[in-house]
Design a protein around this ligand. Sequence first.
Ligand code: SF4
Length: 280
Amino acid sequence: MEVRLATARGFCFGVEAAIEQAEQAVREHGAGHVVALGPVIHNEQLVRKLQQAGLNQSGDLDSIEPDQVLLIRSHGAGPETLERARARGLRVVDATCVLVKRAQTVVRQLHEEGYHVVMIGNADHPEVRGVIGYAPGVTVIDHTTDLETALPYRERLGIVAQTTHSPAYVAEVIAKILQRPYRELKIVNTLCLEVTRRQEAAMALAREVDVMFVLGGLHSANTREMARLCTAAGCETHHIETWAQFEPRMAAGKKVAGVTAGASTPEWVIDEFVRNLQAI
Ligand code: SF4
């Protein structure tokens, strides 16, 4: 089978830095002494590898022992989590991506400037849960939100978005907000250019192949968004984690396949997938 790869795909600098920090922390403090609060990144294969190297994981800050080191994942954490960690005297290694950190700072500044902060994002995503902690009463809106009921009337809105959203989607939501009578909207672009580049490359490829494979964690927001965009571009698209989930029916009757991968998908997962697909 002919296989074409997206020109931008796989690991971003934020994920690379988070993995490096996790590995460094384990080297420094020893296996079993560093605990990540939730998965460091949304990729099971990599999380498993880090666990094998000695990184522990917990969803509960209170279960971390005082002699252990807390690792904040790439998606960041809210200020109350950091305060609780400090109050318990835990040592903290902060692997929050710099772009997520910037979104946290922007939210705090917008609030200080008197704006009612609105975040376009998925309320259940760890990045969003953390970012909205930096100002009180942030309104989170996604495509299912009824703006009529969700958006309180305040004259001045400060708007940010989840880093992994597509510019087109964010523009669509902002256009809807504009139809309502707010006197001032301040929009700060918190989208991640690494993600935007991968989305553009994926959509371009989706237009020239018979089937698209988007590789990456099923919970990874940027991978899911890429799969959504490829489907919207009119191409049959399969979002799977690794070659193990490939089924022959996915390639049946197809001549040219496109492959791309989310920002947290390791290169070896892509290589293995491409090799096997080419052999069909
Ligand atoms: S996708 Fe962007 S925001 Fe997310 S970790 Fe990578 S560089 Fe940071």
